[in-house]
Design a protein around this ligand. Structure first.
Ligand SMILES: C[S@@+](CC[C@H](N)C(=O)[O-])C[C@H]1O[C@@H](n2cnc3c(N)ncnc32)[C@H](O)[C@@H]1O
Length: 436
């Protein structure tokens, strides 16, 4: 679990994530600007059924990320002990709940779209089988193992559970893919690129110039009087090898063994693999958070968005929670659709759009001010000469439309300008100063 508290009983009136009436259509209840960004307050089953009627959305979503309930049989609370959402469906009921929704997501996805489903070790294999069935085994791309928290003193007689999983599928073989890289660290550079070219000072590594497998063409022929080693072929034609050597890109050992030089300054970084260690969720008192339970690491979401969409694309998270995916998408200039059935989630998202996040410390009531040298930080972090640890410059989001339907009569949350109550699916205009 990332943040928040889980238990099995609710405090008060919590909306439960069961299906609502698919016949009720969703309509704008608040709007600012003319972007395609949409925030839906409702059960994603009915919302997606409604979206499928809209040709500007059906088959147009480039990327879907979901982080649904994990069948933990718990009720989750915010840091301020507000009930946030229930996770009470288990076994077949849970699988059916996810199945219905994944089928709709497939229809909403663009043909070159991708879907990422975040789960823990309880249901990941059940849902993997389900996704093989819905998206096709051939469209399975990766199962990412993510380190979710620091090592802990696990009390069970087992290994500490610090990982969760993200299943990555695409709708077809032809999908948006922007390869992701990590930056080189000094340690890794010294290990991987140990040599420095005398003339140029360029750092490089030495790699073989042959590869496994025999070839009958040019790459299987003699170069400088040498045949490739038994069972191998040259990686380049003899002509190309000549050119590399002329350019000083071949290293000759004292025993006359040629190797190719690969330069650090030509590397894009370290290609991202399917084990992610750098995206822990809220893990210390200074982590910026909304206080919503199970809030995910925003940098992890940015990686996914960068890998599987381009600027201007439409992306969706229909289990939006605190809106991490939506904020990441907005920052990266994607259009977004967010859906959540919980009153508390919508409240948290709207507050996050307007006010950003706070440190964990502040959520539990400690307003910690630390004296720091002001010029190290941007002016937005400074009050007088004091660096305010719990305030960081945040990305204001105010260009979007809120959708709801009549089912949520009486729900109350902070719209961007004021507190508004939805009555019969319509914003109570008496308390509203927004501009619909
Ligand atoms: C694990 S949380 C998502 C956390 C999110 N990734 C974040 O970073 O904050 C799951 C969310 O799914 C929402 N949810 C559960 N069932 C839903 C449904 N049928 N329709 C829409 N949202 C639902 C819950 O209200 C909850 O906010």
């Amino acid at each position: 679990m990332a943040t928040g508290v889980s238990k099995t009983k609710m405090n008060g009136n919590l909306q439960v994530s069961t299906s609502d009436n698919g016949n009720l259509s969703y309509h704008p209840i608040w709007q600012n600007g003319n972007s395609a960004n949409r925030l839906y307050f409702g059960d994603n089953l009915a919302v997606m059924q409604d979206m499928l009627k809209d040709e500007t959305i059906k088959g147009q979503i480039r990327l879907i990320y979901i982080d649904p309930p994990y069948a933990t049989n718990s009720v989750f609370q915010t840091r301020k002990q507000q009930d946030a959402y229930t996770d009470l469906l288990t076994g077949n009921d849970y699988v059916d709940f996810i199945r219905e929704r994944l089928s709709l997501m497939k229809e909403l996805l663009a043909d070159n779209g991708s879907i990422y489903v975040h789960l823990d070790n309880k249901m990941v294999f059940h849902i993997k089988v389900l996704m093989d069935e819905i998206f096709g085994t051939g469209n399975f791309r990766s199962m990412i193992t993510r380190k979710k928290c620091k090592s802990k003193n696990f009390t069970k007689n087992s290994f500490g559970n610090i990982s969760d999983y993200i299943l990555f599928y695409t709708k077809s073989n032809n999908y948006v893919w922007n390869k992701q890289y990590d930056q080189w660290t000094d340690d890794k550079i010294l290990k991987e690129y140990p040599f420095i070219e005398e003339d140029t000072g360029r750092r490089y590594k030495r790699v073989p110039i042959h590869a496994p497998g025999t070839r009958n063409g040019e790459t299987g022929k003699t170069w400088r009087g040498m045949m490739p080693p038994e069972g191998k072929h040259w990686q380049f034609t003899p002509n190309k090898l000549e050119e590399l050597d002329r350019n000083g890109e071949i290293y000759w050992s004292s025993t006359g063994n040629p190797r190719r030089k690969v330069y650090l300054d030509e590397s894009n970084g370290i290609a991202l693999q399917d084990i992610w260690l750098d995206y822990l969720d809220v893990n210390n008192q200074n982590t910026q958070t909304t206080g919503y339970p199970t809030e995910k690491n925003i940098d992890m979401l940015k990686r996914i968005i960068l890998a599987s969409s381009n600027m201007g694309d439409l992306v969706m998270d229909c289990f939006a929670g605190s809106g991490t995916m939506l904020v990441a998408a907005d920052e990266l200039k994607r259009n977004w659709i967010g859906v959540d059935v919980g009153n508390e989630a919508i409240k948290v998202i709207l507050n996050r759009f307007k006010n950003g996040t706070q440190t964990l410390d502040e959520h539990i009531g400690n307003k910690k001010e630390i004296q720091k040298t002001p010029d190290l930080f941007s002016s937005s972090l400074i009050e007088g000469n004091t660096f305010v640890a719990n305030k960081i410059a945040h990305h204001l989001i105010n260009n979007y439309t809120i959708f709801a339907n009549g089912k949520y009569s009486g729900a109350e949350f902070q719209i961007p300008e004021n507190t508004a109550t939805i009555k019969n699916g319509i914003l109570d205009r008496a308390s509203e100063e927004g501009n619909i």
